[in-house]
Ligand binder design. Structure first.
Ligand code: AMP
Length: 437
């Protein structure tokens, strides 16, 4: 229990995104929305709380997520609930629950939102983090996989990012993976005593996960293990070849990484990850793959699917490190009014500009000109509008361009139109703002 008056801080591994941070988050979301919608994806919003069984069954009961990272609690009357650690399972649950499979064609869905995993916090790894993701349900054509990856490459390009790597692999299907697992188990029996403790356990419970191990000393041993890509059944091989061929046709650069198996159990065939050299140890910006059996695992009809989740926290860090997005447009206008007699005119102008979607600030008290110009500079607005008694009388207000220092008289009724016209021109590059104190 915290003592009375003791400062209560945010929970470990969670963080506040302050007004200085959110513009970048919003720009990333805007760009994602635009790109997804151009590919005919529609937004879905699912609850943050789900029945625990949903993740145990889909993500896999032997994964790190389910065994040690979920925030799970017994609700007062509805059994075990979990704060979602990822959203694919929720989207597929909603797809089944609302019979979206009855709608014509393939369903292309995207989502934004917070996920919760009790991991060890570090830069780029949080306990509440945010994902931007998408799922395509109802088709298994290799062109779908290629289109998903083309769309991701476009999104990163739109965010101005160049230094990323697309890694792809196939993890086979329920037909060929068990055969591969037998071969892998056999090889692991010979080497597992030399692997880390986790890998020794995984060798028995979930041998595929050994390939995911990040422990340095294990790497040469893992490199020598048989590769799933050499053990695909003819259908999976053909699917993978078609995906890589289409990627080449679409000009999407990629690298085949046979060890890429990903942490969740539901993946089949195509798996992928995008890493960025601009991030530190946590360099995966996004991950995803195909999950052709997931709908059936959750009690739904056969509905092959593929999807991805971008770690938004990391994407924002990458965009920041690359300084690839232009700074957001500053506020457009500041209204300075001098004396009670001008309050009404100034208030009405602020109301009008805001209704016209022109970002405007106004002082709440009458203000002296010099102070008003200081306030306008601090806000970095492009225009200050000065309203004194004389201006109210004449109906013409002073509009000052804060970049050039030029000032002109504009009739009150024309100010919105005047500003709109001017604001279409880009703001001058960060020249010292005239009038700055
Ligand atoms: P996953 O759902 O594990 O496939 O992860 C997809 C992406 O989400 C990763 O590539 C990361 O960018 C991001 N991610 C996963 N876990 C975390 C975390 N704890 N903190 C921040 N980002 C995360």
């Amino acid at each position: 229990m915290s003592k009375k008056n003791e400062l209560i801080q945010s929970v470990k591994g969670t963080r506040d995104l302050l007004p200085a941070d959110t513009p970048l988050w919003q720009r990333v979301e805007d760009e994602a929305r635009k790109v997804f919608e151009a590919y005919n994806y529609r937004e879905i919003r699912t609850p943050v709380l789900e029945q625990t069984a949903l993740f145990a069954r889909s993500v896999g009961s032997d994964t790190d997520i389910v065994t040690k990272e979920m925030y799970t609690f017994d609700d007062r009357d509805s059994g075990s609930l979990t704060l979602r650690p990822e959203a694919t399972a929720s989207v597929v649950r909603a797809y089944i629950e609302h019979s979206l499979y009855n709608e014509p064609g393939i369903q292309k869905l995207y989502y934004f939102g917070p996920m919760f995993r009790r991991e060890r916090p570090q830069k780029g790894r949080y306990r509440q983090f945010y994902q931007i993701g998408a799922e395509v349900l109802g088709g298994d054509h290799p062109a779908i996989d290629a289109e998903v990856l083309e769309m991701l490459a476009l999104l990163l390009e739109r965010l101005g990012l160049k230094e990323f790597k697309l890694l792809v692999n196939s993890v086979g299907c329920s037909k060929c993976r068990p055969e591969y697992l037998k071969v892998l188990r056999k090889s692991l029996d010979e080497v597992k005593s030399r692997l880390c403790e986790d890998c020794q356990r995984r060798s028995n419970t979930n041998p595929l996960r050994v390939l995911d191990c990040k422990i340095e000393a294990d790497q040469p041993i893992i490199e020598g293990l048989p590769k799933i890509i050499d053990h695909l059944c003819p259908e999976c091989r053909q699917h993978f070849d078609a995906v890589t061929m289409e990627l080449k046709q679409r000009g999407v650069e990629f690298e085949v990484v046979p060890r890429l198996v990903r942490g969740l159990d539901y993946y089949t065939r195509t798996t992928f990850e995008i890493t960025s050299g601009l991030l530190g140890a946590q360099n995966a910006v996004l991950g995803g793959g195909r999950y052709d059996g997931l709908s059936e695992m959750l009690g739904g009809p056969p509905a092959p699917g593929i999807g991805f989740a971008i770690g938004q926290d990391r994407l924002v860090l990458t965009v920041e490190a690359a300084s690839s997005l232009k700074p957001a447009q500053p506020l457009a206008a500041y209204i300075a009014w001098m004396g009670e007699a001008t309050r009404e005119a100034a208030t009405m102008l602020a109301r009008e500009l805001r209704r016209e979607r022109i970002g405007t600030e106004i002082s709440y008290h009458p203000i002296k000109l010099r102070k008003a110009m200081g306030a306008a500079s601090k806000l970095q607005v492009r225009y200050a509008i000065i309203i004194g008694e004389q201006e109210v009388e004449s109906g013409n207000y002073q509009v000052k361009d804060m970049g050039t220092g030029e000032q002109q008289s504009v009739s009150a009724g024309e100010i919105a139109g005047f500003l709109k016209e001017k604001l279409r021109e880009p703001a001058p590059a960060a020249s010292p703002v005239a009038g700055q104190q």
